[in-house]
Design a protein around this ligand. Structure first.
Ligand code: ADP
Length: 224
C-alpha cells in the first residue's frame, strides 16, 4: 500500500516568544496508507486538532513536512493549498455544521456543484452516498428534522462528496449516544472501505479506536 498521508517531524507552537507560549507538536511523524483507518488517541489539549489541521492544510507547521498523495505541500502558496485541500481532503467535525435551510440531499450536492459538477450527476452521487449510510429515505428533510446520528451521517456524505483521498475526523461521534455512535461509526467504516480513502480519526472513545486498523497516541508532542 502507498502512503496517502505522510507527516514528518512536525513542530508547532502558539504564542512563540510571548507569555502563554505553548509548544504543542515536537517532532510528530505519522504515515497513513490508502484504505487504512488510523485512530489518533490523546487527552484533551494534547494537540489532536492542531495535528489534524496541519494534515488537512488548514494550518502550517513551524517545521516539518506534509506529503499528500506523495506530493510535498511545504511552501505552497495559499491558493495552491486551498485547491489541494478542496480536491484531496474531507473533514468531519464533532458537530455536523450542516446548512440548516437546505435538505440533506442539497447539503451533499452543494460541494459537488461548487466543484463544477452538473446537478443531475451531483444529485445521483449524493443519493448513492446517502444510501450507503442508510439515510436515503430522509434525503429531502432539513437537518433539524433529522436525529443527531442521521445529521452526522449526512455530514460524512458531504465530506466525501468530492471523492477526497484523505478523510480527517475530529471526535466524529463525540456528541452522540452509544447506539447512534455505533451506527455512525459503522457508516464511516463502510464509506472508507468502499472508497479506499486513508482516514485519520481523533477520538477519546477507546472502544471505537479498537475497531480501527491501528491506534496511535499523541504524547508530549510526538506520535507514539
Ligand atoms: P486537542 O485537540 O488534543 O484537544 P489542541 O490541538 O486543540 O488539542 O490544542 C493543543 C494545545 O494548544 C492546547 O493547550 C491549546 O490550548 C493550545 N492551542 C490550540 N490552538 C491555539 C491557538 N490558536 N492559540 C494558542 N493556543 C492554542
Amino acid at each position: 500500500m502507498s502512503d496517502t498521508l505522510v507527516l514528518e517531524g512536525l513542530e508547532k507552537g502558539y504564542n512563540r516568544g510571548k507569555p502563554g507560549e505553548v509548544q504543542v507538536l515536537r517532532g510528530a511523524s505519522l504515515s497513513v496508507a490508502a484504505g487504512e483507518v488510523v485512530a489518533l488517541v490523546a487527552p484533551s489539549g494534547a494537540g489532536k486538532s492542531t495535528l489534524l489541521h496541519i494534515a488537512g492544510l488548514l494550518d502550517t507547521p513551524d517545521a516539518g513536512s506534509v506529503l499528500l498523495g506523495g506530493r510535498n505541500m511545504d511552501g505552497l502558496g495559499d491558493r495552491a493549498r486551498t485547491e489541494a485541500r478542496r480536491a484531496e481532503v474531507g473533514f468531519i467535525y464533532q458537530f455536523h455544521h450542516l446548512l440548516p435551510e437546505f435538505s440533506a440531499l442539497e447539503n451533499v450536492t452543494i460541494p459537488q456543484r461548487a466543484n463544477g459538477l452538473a446537478k443531475p450527476e451531483a444529485e445521483a452521487r449524493a443519493r448513492q452516498l446517502l444510501t450507503l449510510v442508510g439515510v436515503a429515505p430522509r434525503a429531502d428533510h432539513r437537518p433539524a428534522a433529522l436525529s443527531g446520528g442521521e445529521q452526522q451521517r449526512v455530514a460524512f456524505c458531504r465530506a466525501l462528496a468530492n471523492g477526497p483521498r484523505l478523510l480527517l475526523a475530529d471526535e466524529p461521534t463525540g456528541n452522540l449516544d452509544p447506539a447512534a455512535s455505533d451506527t455512525v461509526f459503522a457508516a464511516l467504516m463502510a464509506l472508507v472501505r468502499e472508497t479506499g480513502m486513508a482516514a485519520l480519526i481523533a477520538t477519546h472513545n477507546l472502544d471505537l479506536a479498537a475497531r480501527m486498523d491501528r491506534i496511535v497516541r499523541l504524547e508530549q508532542g510526538r506520535v507514539v
